[in-house]
Design a binder for this molecule. Structure first.
Ligand code: GDP
Length: 301
């Protein structure tokens, strides 16, 4: 595992030819390679710095074991720090997956930039809740900016076999949200998934609109959907949504691509919100639970 990084670290330690405890100089040299590996995996610079500082603290003075190479020891320390930073601690385990522990109808607000996979993920979540949890789910698109958006969600709802809110032309997102909650209450739905409009980039109007919908619907979950391929931009997106709207969890999509997943680490660090689910393809069943150790492994390459 982690061939590229272990190769480099082996090189470092061979050059240093140290025995005994890892010295400050050993660790500094090794962490230079770790830093490059993390940056190559798209982890944001401030997040890399914090992580490196933590690893340095833990690694200096560690006795070099006979059974494992110093490189493997450093990698283990980095890996464990990554898992921790991704929310892999026992205390975080309960935060994964969607939390439905609230009075029905439970509203789930989907937020994120256009093209991040919000609508697809709404459909995937509906399928999962219907299948695994036997929930009665209503899908509603609040996207009045893109004419095809509401139809797209309606089509997805049909594919999944759940209800979608009838489309009424000329309504504002707030009016649609109110209608969705109303219908959900009257028809005893367990869950309402509200898919909001996205923009290509963060803008105030979008944030205000989403914040207003959140205030009006009081969702139990506000899930930020972010494309794993966005790398460094993911940090800015996540920060903006956390500051302006407030999110309870993150769904990272396109994990089926070749992105290394550093965005997950950055978003988690910046927002403090847990990564709850991963999108792993265009198909509706391509929704995975989040396993911090798998993403840590992927980041290390
Ligand atoms: P939205 O604008 O945020 O609602 O994004 P969409 O849900 O319309 O998704 C945009 C495109 O990304 C569509 O072509 C989806 O099929 C695709 N997509 C969504 N999630 C994933 C994923 O996890 N993996 C891959 N490969 N494609 C995805």
């Amino acid at each position: 595992m982690f061939e590229a990084l272990s190769g480099k670290l082996n090189g470092v330690f061979d050059r240093l030819r140290r025995r005994g405890a890892l010295s400050e100089a050993d660790v500094t040299e090794a962490l230079r390679e770790v830093r490059v590996a993390l940056l190559e995996a798209d982890v944001a610079l401030p997040v890399v710095r914090d992580l490196i500082a933590k690893v340095r603290e833990r690694a200096v003075g560690v006795e070099v074991l006979k059974s494992v190479s110093p490189a493997q020891q450093v990698i283990k320390i980095v890996h464990d720090a990554l898992v921790e930073a991704l929310g892999g601690g026992a205390a975080d385990a309960g935060q994964r997956g969607i939390d439905l522990a609230a009075a029905a109808p439970v509203a789930i607000l989907m937020v994120g930039l256009q093209g991040s996979g919000k609508t697809t993920t709404s459909g995937k979540i509906a399928l999962r809740l219907k299948g695994r949890e036997k929930k009665k789910v209503l899908l509603a698109s609040l996207d009045v900016h893109r004419p095809a958006a509401q139809l797209q969600l309606e089509t997805l709802a049909k594919q999944v076999g759940v209800a979608s809110l009838p489309i009424v032309a000329g309504q504002t997102p707030l009016q649609i949200a109110a209608r969705a909650m109303d219908q959900a209450r009257r028809e005893l739905f367990d869950v309402v998934v509200l898919d909001t409009a996205g923009r290509l980039a963060i803008d105030e109007t979008l944030m205000d609109e989403v914040a207003a919908v959140k205030l009006a619907t009081q969702p139990h979950e506000t899930l930020l959907v972010v494309d794993a391929m966005t790398g460094q931009d993911a940090v800015n997106t996540a920060r903006a949504f956390q500051d302006k709207v407030g999110v309870t969890g993150i769904v990272m999509t396109r994990i089926d691509g070749d992105a290394r997943g550093g965005a997950a680490l950055s978003m988690r660090a910046v927002t403090g919100a847990p990564i709850k689910l991963l999108g792993a393809g265009e198909k509706l069943d391509a929704l995975e639970d989040f396993h911090p150790d798998r993403i840590a492994g992927r980041i290390l390459g």
